[in-house]
Design a protein around this ligand. Structure first.
Ligand SMILES: *[C@@H]1O[C@H](CO)[C@@H](O)[C@H](O)[C@H]1NC(C)=O
Ligand SMILES: *[C@@H]1O[C@H](CO)[C@@H](O)[C@H](O)[C@H]1NC(C)=O
Ligand SMILES: *[C@@H]1O[C@H](CO)[C@@H](O)[C@H](O)[C@H]1NC(C)=O
Ligand SMILES: *[C@@H]1O[C@H](CO)[C@@H](O)[C@H](O)[C@H]1NC(C)=O
Length: 257
């Protein structure tokens, strides 16, 4: 009797553990939705409108059928007042089909979350997508940024940890903006790497959109690094994302090549 009654909670515990393992791994294996912003001052478009046709044309040209080898594009279609601009970028490890799959999800979700908005942005783990009535090519967007961090604190000395993270991100910035390093010379503006703090490995990346020039990539990253104390003070993982640059660090490898 007691063994039968004892079995149920054991199975339940095992089931809960399996669920937990599943959700932990899916947390970093799937392409999670992160955030979105609808800009109401940019106005709205109606179904079947010229603006919507321009937007659809862009999607067919550059998202569904485009060459996503470098995972990035700014593009425009139409004439005032129906001109549509888009900008997107995939994470440095997510070009080609992974990029397309992220963008397809992102665009369909953007249409649900900001229906009819001519100005809207959506962020996923592996990409962001921005629709606008204004050209943002080669301009740092200082208005649209947000951060996310792990609720758990590091053990040990948080000041030391913060300094190590800051140093790692600065090292990756040099990598991302150095014309002589392969990733930089391709203009990918992407740097990924790791460091060891104590006995633990920390994985990180920085990335700028490819419309920026070297100096503005650097300036954009400097700007988001200033948000480190607010975002990530002693946290076991964190990121700041914008539409011109972003960074992330974690205690686990989150990039998938
Ligand atoms: C919203 O759109 C307006 C008009 O294009 C622009 O001036 C403003 O900067 C946008 N706001 C954000 C947060 O991007
Ligand atoms: C995609 O673009 C890259 C770089 O612009 C180019 O090298 C490559 O040949 C293109 N691929 C296709 C299939 O067009
Ligand atoms: C992390 O540290 C902050 C500040 O010391 C504290 O407010 C917070 O509760 C801590 N979080 C956890 C999960 O322990
Ligand atoms: C996923 O996250 C968990 C918990 O942080 C970590 O242990 C694991 O190594 C990660 N897996 C991958 C593939 O990133």
């Amino acid at each position: 009797m007691s063994s039968i009654f004892g079995l149920v909670p054991i199975l339940a515990v095992v089931a809960i553990q399996l669920l937990f393992i599943r959700s932990v791994s899916s947390m970093n294996l799937t392409n999670a939705y992160l955030h979105h912003k609808c800009n109401n001052t940019e106005g709205r478009y109606k179904p079947g409108s010229v603006f919507e046709k321009n937007f659809d044309m862009i999607l067919h040209t550059v998202v569904y059928n485009g060459n996503l080898t470098d995972g990035y594009r700014t593009y425009q279609k139409g004439k005032d007042p129906n001109i549509a601009f888009i900008k997107f970028q995939c994470r440095g490890d997510s070009y080609g089909s992974k990029c397309r799959s992220c963008l397809t999800t992102a665009v369909s979700e953007l249409r649900k979350r900001c229906p009819g908005n001519k100005g809207a942005i959506i962020w996923y783990d592996q990409c962001f997508f921005k629709l606008s009535t204004k050209d943002s090519h080669n301009k740092i967007d200082y208005e649209n940024d947000f951060y996310m961090s792990n609720a758990n604190n590091v053990s040990g000395n948080p000041e030391l940890f913060n300094r190590e993270i800051s140093d790692l991100l600065k090292k990756l910035t040099i990598k991302a903006t150095n014309e002589n390093i392969v990733e930089g010379s391709k203009g990918l503006f992407y740097g990924a790497g790791e460091t060891t703090i104590g006995t633990k490995k920390i994985y990180a990346m920085v990335q700028c959109t490819q419309d920026l020039v070297y100096n503005s990539c650097y300036a954009c990253l400097e700007w988001i690094f200033r948000k480190l104390p607010e975002c990530c003070d002693g946290k076991r993982g964190g990121r700041v994302l914008g539409t011109s640059c972003n960074f992330r660090y974690e205690f686990y490898p989150f990039l998938r090549y």
